[in-house]
Ligand binder design. Structure first.
Ligand code: ADP
Length: 403
């Protein structure tokens, strides 16, 4: 019987999953990808093979999280046929100040993470729910939590601190940064693709529904655009990004909005959707002829350009810019419009390479190399599960060349 690793990424209305085959020499290969999404009153479960070909598209008439999860684990169990689950890895959005590395799940750890949920109440409870359920129903399967904040543990205090009275920092009110699993994956890819660039000053632009950028030196995080929550920084699909806190106070006072109403406004009604009034989806906006759509895209690009300047300044220069995630990987137009405003950094885009989606899209003369790298947070989680010592007694061998 061969071994496999399952990864789960549970959000508010969907669970993304991936199954990786784990070879005896420790090599991981993607085998299945899928998701379970709430659509109206029903759940839609989709599964693809390693090449992206659909192998299941099912509508499930189940209500409630427990019932959905139970059906999901049964479905995955059937799918595994002949494979043993060596471990399950979970993405947890917030690890607070104390959880800076992937950790094996224990009852104590779960209790600690439950307390941390107040730092990210919209995300962490969703992340933890399947872990608890699996720990209860299948206690023999090792589970590992991987924190989105962990990659940014290398940020200096000066980058982490808010200019609030000191006591707030002691309560955990500081900048953490997110999208860490994506950045860690990109840093590892860069190390393999170009050790020189990896060792240098790099900005990675993770542009998806959520969007942020990370300034890296030597493959570690120096600063990032997200802060205490995943609301800060760039314009996102439905999130506002950086905002003058004074504007919030003003709107709350003028409109009599309470905290919950404000939270809905900032997380779900703002960003590209709020500005355009059309869609949170960049592809839809790029195809639209409405002025409001192009104005929303203008702000999206402007803020990226502005933040590249800030992060390049923190790094003391720039050797490479990497685009990743849905928009970064798939939109030549957004890449071109962004890079077009970064000539002052010595960045020279190769327009043809950009349009055909090449891996390197800068000219050979460009002082800043520009790359497009597909991110894979699931693969990063699976690597962490494999690399935790808990599997030491299993048939996994010490580090192979691909680690
Ligand atoms: P998440 O995983 O955070 O939901 P993704 O990384 O999948 O998000 O990114 C989703 C975004 O990528 C959407 O705004 C979508 O429109 C955009 N996107 C995907 N393909 C393209 C494309 N070809 N051109 C422009 N935008 C695209």
């Amino acid at each position: 019987m061969s071994d496999a690793i399952l990864t789960l990424n549970a959000g508010s209305s969907s669970i993304k999953l991936a199954i990786f085959d784990l070879a005896p020499d420790g090599r991981l290969s993607s085998w299945r990808r899928g998701d379970l999404r709430e659509t109206g009153d029903v759940q839609r479960f989709r599964l693809r093979d390693a090449d992206g070909a659909g192998i299941a598209d099912e509508t499930w008439n189940v209500t409630g999280f427990e019932a959905s999860l139970s059906r999901l684990t049964t479905r995955i169990g059937n799918e595994l046929a002949g494979r043993r689950l060596a471990g399950i890895g979970h993405r947890v959005v917030h690890g607070g100040a104390g959880h800076r590395m992937p950790e094996r799940v224990t009852p104590d750890l779960l209790d600690m993470l439950e307390e941390l949920a107040e730092l990210a109440p919209l995300h962490v409870p969703h992340n933890l729910a399947p872990i608890r359920a699996i720990a209860r129903d299948q206690p023999d399967i090792p589970q590992v939590v991987c924190f989105d904040t962990a990659f940014h543990r290398t940020m200096m205090p000066v980058a982490r601190r808010f200019a609030l009275p000191r006591s707030y920092e002691a309560r955990g009110i500081r900048r953490y940064g997110f999208h860490g699993l994506s950045y860690e994956y990109i840093a590892r890819q860069l190390a393999a693709l170009s050790p020189r660039i990896h060792a240098g000053r790099v900005i990675v632009a993770h542009l998806g529904s959520g969007a942020s950028m990370c300034a890296m030196r030597g493959g570690t995080s120096v600063d990032t655009t997200m802060g205490f929550t995943a609301l800060d920084g760039l314009v996102m699909g439905t999130r506002c990004g950086t905002l003058d806190p004074g504007a919030l106070l003003h709107v709350m006072r003028q409109d009599g909005l309470d905290v919950d109403a404000m939270e809905r406004l900032l997380y779900t009604r703002s960003g590209l959707l709020g500005m355009s009034g059309i869609s949170n989806d960049m592809q839809v906006l790029l195809e639209s002829r409405e002025t409001a759509a192009s104005e929303a895209i203008d702000v999206f690009v402007y803020r990226i350009v502005r933040e590249v300047g800030a992060l390049a300044s923190v790094l003391g220069g720039l050797d490479a810019l990497v685009f990743t995630a849905g928009i970064g990987e798939n939109s030549p137009e957004i890449r071109e419009r962004t890079c077009g405003q970064l000539g002052w950094l010595g960045l020279d885009l190769d327009a043809a390479a950009n349009r055909r989606g090449a891996a390197v899209i800068s000219t050979p003369e460009s002082r800043v190399e520009v790359r497009v790298i597909a991110t894979d947070e699931e693969a990063m989680i699976a690597e962490h599960v494999r690399d935790l010592p808990m599997l030491a007694g299993d048939p996994v061998q010490p580090a192979g060349p691909n680690r």
